[in-house]
Design a protein. Structure first.
Length: 154
């Protein structure tokens, strides 16, 4: 389970870092008059919606885990899938700055719920004395993959 969680997380961090480094440039080119607003809204969206999504993902996975062992994995998959139309709307509907920012907020709210369930899936599949090492290695690996995305995508 830990191996598959790391593989899935790799794609998530690749996507996350790509968006984090691509969107400021994109918004500056598409909406040059909204530079200050983008900075403020981006910070509020990433911090607020990202935090809220992480908390909601953890609460949902804890609440419904007893009904199905796949709950945590489903939360990760469904959240990621729901984020795709939102980020497409954010980047393809370029006629309205506020609509793009709303779509970005929706993307963060629905797709950043994966970290809590992913970490707890790993913790439940390894020995207690190895949990710190596996989580640290997992986060290190994901950070490397995320940094690689910025190099690969320019």
């Amino acid at each position: 389970m830990a191996k598959w969680t790391t593989i899935a997380g790799s794609f998530r961090f690749f996507e996350t870092f790509s968006i984090v480094y691509f969107l400021p440039s994109f918004f500056q080119k598409v909406y040059p008059l909204y530079k200050a607003e983008y900075g403020m809204y981006n910070a509020l969206i990433v911090a607020g919606m990202g935090f809220l999504s992480t908390i909601i993902g953890g609460l949902l996975s804890d609440k419904f885990e007893k009904k199905s062992r796949m709950t945590k994995a489903r939360i990760c998959m469904i959240g990621s899938a729901l984020g795709l139309p939102a980020i497409l709307a954010c980047t393809l509907l370029t006629g309205n700055f506020h609509l793009s920012m709303f779509a970005m907020a929706v993307k963060y709210l629905v797709s950043e719920c994966w970290m809590s369930p992913a970490i707890t899936m790993m913790q439940s599949t390894v020995k207690p004395e190895e949990q710190g090492s596996i989580v640290s290695a997992h986060l290190f690996y994901l950070t490397i993959v995320g940094c690689f995305s910025t190099v690969l995508l320019g």
